[in-house]
Design a protein around this ligand. Structure first.
Ligand code: NAD
Length: 304
């Protein structure tokens, strides 16, 4: 029997990730609840199934999900149409969504009760990483499940890590994204300050890339246009990684920090800043658009 991968959630990340699996010769069928994403998937010649029930057949040997939040993963795996009740015991489940640790463990444990192997395997590296198959993938689960998933993870990513038990992938990802949210604000503040000081922004960017102020937002994903081709800041802040997603991840980070009494004042402030930006109607812009509200007009600084 040919292995069949059921890929659920073909948005900004899932679409290019599933395309890479197809390019590597894998048989993949995809599903998404969004008509717009289904149309895009068809345009990209992905094999689309328009109904979740028709996607999960006995042929499916792996399910990969790339969904926005914990409630979506819970719905897809454990809900009324929950795929945990439909897949065979030999089917491997890989949830690449960034979700809260508790939900991740809950889904994994329900799978385990049925004898089904599951890993959480959130990713970092953005849409460009998904397109170029250079994602960093951080997985949680048993060594056996991780090793089973490894050949597929290697197709979609470059650096693959086994972070620990189920939920550890999301734990690592949440820690990573708290830093990302903070450093995107820091990069925005620095570049906007340089602009206000009338120093050539390209020079400052080049200097920071080589000096101690470097960070991923500076070297790969600068929040101001005209610095690196192909970044959302050069494309009117079309995501990319949305403000809403960053807000979600910072909420997860702050909840985690509270639960273990870790002091994360910059994480808390970053959440406040992105949350306000979200509430102002910017949820669907790329998160690097935060540069629009930080470091700008000091006399009209919009953050309380
Ligand atoms: P997205 O919103 O573009 O894509 C998610 C897709 O899931 C959407 O197309 C949506 O319609 C679909 N979906 C939602 N509920 C569904 C359901 N019940 N059944 C089927 N499809 C469903 O989001 P994205 O940017 O691709 O991000 C996906 C996940 O990856 C998120 O958890 C995000 O935090 C994480 N992530 C994103 C990036 C990035 O740069 N975009 C980077 C790293 C990690």
């Amino acid at each position: 029997m040919t292995d069949l991968i059921a890929f659920i959630g073909v948005g900004n990340m899932g679409n290019p990730m599933s395309q890479n699996l197809v390019k590597a010769g894998k048989k993949v069928k995809v599903f998404d609840v969004s008509k717009k994403m289904i149309e895009l998937a068809k345009k990209n010649r992905l094999d689309v199934v328009e109904n979740l029930n028709d996607l999960i057949t006995d042929e499916v040997t792996t399910v990969i999900t790339m969904l926005p939040e914990g409630k979506n993963s819970k719905d897809v795996y454990l809900g009324n149409e929950g795929i945990i009740n439909k897949v065979s015991k030999d089917c491997l489940l890989i949830d690449c969504s960034t979700i809260d640790i508790r939900t991740s463990i809950e889904i994994g444990n329900k799978a385990k009760e049925k004898g089904i192997k599951m890993i959480d395997a959130p990713v970092s590296g953005g849409v460009m990483g998904a397109q170029n198959a250079t994602l960093n993938i951080m997985a949680g689960g048993t060594k056996e499940a991780f090793e089973l998933a490894l050949p597929l993870l290697k197709i979609m990513g470059k650096n693959i890590f086994h972070a620990g038990d189920l939920g550890s992938g999301n734990g690592a990802k949440i820690c990573n994204n708290m830093s990302l949210g903070i450093t995107m604000i820091a990069a925005s503040e620095s570049l906007m300050l340089a602009k206000r000081l009338n120093i050539d922004i390209k020079k400052v960017h080049e200097i920071m890339k080589n000096a101690s102020g470097n960070s991923w937002p500076i070297s790969v994903y600068p929040p101001l246009p005209g610095l690196i081709d192909g970044t959302p800041s050069n494309n009117n802040y079309k995501p990319g990684f949305s403000v809403g997603m960053m807000n979600k991840d910072l909420k997860l980070a702050n909840e985690c920090a509270k639960s273990v009494k870790a002091l994360t004042p910059l994480g808390a402030m970053a959440l406040e800043i992105y949350n306000k930006f979200c509430e102002e109607g910017n949820e669907n812009k790329d998160f690097s658009a935060i540069s629009k509200v930080v470091g700008g007009d000091a006399w009209n600084y919009p953050i309380d």
